[in-house]
Design a protein around this ligand. Sequence first.
Ligand code: HEC
Length: 115
Amino acid sequence: MTLAALALAACAEKPVLPRQLAGADPERGRAIAERLACGACHDIPGIDWPKGRVGGPLAGFSSRPLIAGRFPNQPDTLVRWLCDAPSLAPGTAMPPQDLSPSEARDVAAFLYTLE
Ligand code: HEC
């Protein structure tokens, strides 16, 4: 296989399923996302307002293989991204969020309901 073909194969990679977030509650996660105003920057299904455009829309997030185009879309990485995105991606425009680890797991479970 050529390098170009390898790169293409990597792009087509599917996320590894299922994603386990034992004990996390997606509905609680939705409410937390609403309270923290994730919608100020993201258009998120299930959150009616304000549908901001600074970050991308999160519809279909569960079927994306990568977070922000560069990290594997897996629970541990997503939880870390939600709490402190700049710790993964210095210079990212997504600020750290005021989430406890268990709240971040709930929000992650909610994001994985977005197909
Ligand atoms: C101040 C604006 C802002 C806020 C508030 C914000 N984000 Fe983000 N978010 C961004 C930006 C900008 C990116 C793209 C980051 C990058 O590519 O470096 C992003 C990326 C993401 C991603 C990755 C999306 C993808 O396409 O892979 C997820 C998931 C995410 N945000 C969830 C959330 C959640 C959940 C909240 C609330 C707890 C939130 N964000 C709050 C700006 C924000």
